[in-house]
Ligand binder design. Structure first.
Ligand code: HXC
Length: 285
């Protein structure tokens, strides 16, 4: 099995001189994207609500000799987003790539979901994507083009109990991706999305940890064993994803290879959602 960290298909310096603005880019999949784009030469502006997440990410990349800076913002706040985008444009003179990666999510029954709980997730995932896309539009249009890549998911392709807010929001992200792609093509702004499959974040690992009191009822002793079994039975390509799997698609779309690609939603999930049918799985993409 190929380890995507060990094999890079991208040439060094591929993104030299490019400026990337990534939301939620300090941890998890977002950090994987920040890391690869910085390795390829881009200056990566990493934004998050949490200053400690972004500072740590920026320091990690800087220590490796990469270019990165931090921005603290809440994507739900259009004014904050505009101000940060203006700062980036003033400082760097351009924004080549926007990665709408910030997302909020939790499992909760729709029957009792509070209005504020619904609003929080829809505002982060859908409004946030719109706010950031709209904010970079004038910068990208003025410089003659750009790339927007948003994070979607696969769960809304078939419905996903306990996730009405996130599935509705991500369906909106898909619609927005297609609409903006067509609307902003004259400005040469390519707008695409990626629907990641299961990537073992801390939350997933927790969900796979057998309860301490399960005794003989749980045949798997550890989260690792359970996760290995899920990879064998639930993911056709036989392994969990990594942030690098998603980052590779972002780098491809940011590169000259993405020049004629817009309005596309790329499922990067080892075949998971296609193989599921109506069956419930982890499917956190
Ligand atoms: C029910 C909940 C809840 C839960 C929060 N709420 N968690 N309701 N069950 N587990 C409700 C709160 O009670 C509150 O409503 C409202 O949501 C807002 O909560 P806050 O904590 O005040 O909001 P905020 O600080 O803005 O946090 C936003 C958040 C939080 C989305 C709720 O979880 C967050 O910040 N998450 C960011 C990180 C994250 O989730 N990443 C996952 C992305 S992964 P009331 O009515 O009480 O005021 C991804 C792929 C997932 O998206 C695929 C999974 C399979």
């Amino acid at each position: 099995m190929i380890d995507p960290h060990q094999v890079s298909v991208f040439r060094p310096g591929l993104l030299d001189g490019q400026v990337v603005f990534i939301t939620g880019g300090g941890t998890g999949i977002g950090f994987g994207i920040s890391e690869l784009l910085a390795e390829l030469g881009a200056h990566v502006v990493i934004a998050s609500r949490k200053a400690d997440h972004v500072e740590h990410a920026v320091q990690t990349l800087a220590a490796r000799g990469h270019r990165a800076s931090a921005a603290v913002l809440d994507v739900r706040n259009a004014e904050q987003v505009k101000a940060v985008v203006q700062e980036i444009a003033d400082r760097h003179g351009r924004i080549d790539v926007l990665v709408n990666n910030a997302a909020g999510n939790f499992y909760a029954p729709s029957a009792t979901l509070s209005p504020n709980a619904w609003k929080s997730v829809v505002e982060i995932d859908l409004y946030g994507t719109f706010h950031c896309s709209q904010a970079v539009y004038p910068v990208m249009a003025a410089q003659g083009g750009g790339r927007i890549v948003s994070t979607s998911m696969t769960l809304h392709y078939r419905g996903w109990p306990l996730m009405a807010h996130a599935t509705a929001a991500k369906a909106g992200v898909d619609a927005l991706t297609r609409t903006l792609a067509v609307e902003w093509a004259p400005q040469r702004i390519r707008v695409n999305a990626i629907a990641p499959g299961p990537i073992p974040t801390e939350g997933v690992k927790k969900a796979f940890t057998p309860p301490a009191d399960s005794g003989a009822a749980d045949v798997f002793a550890t989260a690792e064993e359970k996760m290995a079994e899920y990879a064998r039975t639930g993911i056709p390509l036989g392994r969990w994803g990594t942030p690098r799997d998603i980052a590779n698609m972002v780098a491809f779309l940011a590169s000259p290879a993405g020049d004629w690609i817009t309005g596309a939603i790329f499922v990067v999930d080892g075949g998971e959602w296609l193989s599921k049918g109506g069956r419930q799985g982890m499917g956190d993409g």
